[in-house]
Design a protein. Sequence first.
Length: 85
Amino acid sequence: DGSGSVMLLPDTAEDLWHAYNLLHKGDLVRCTTVRKVVKESNTGSTSSSKKRVMLTIDVQKVDFDPDSLEVRISGRVQSENQFVR
């Protein structure tokens, strides 16, 4: 039925290509990413910082960029944390 789980630690461009071909719309992907977090003080001033967060995403679209050697996954976040709702 196609169900199951896989843990991938890509080392080469070919590994990323295989990951791209394994992912489909509707899959759940859990990975770390960096998010910009903006905080507003009582005076109205803002400050931003980057935070590494773990997300689970319901895959809607998968792209592979051979020039930058990246697999880009788009979709809806399925797990909330203090930085992502």
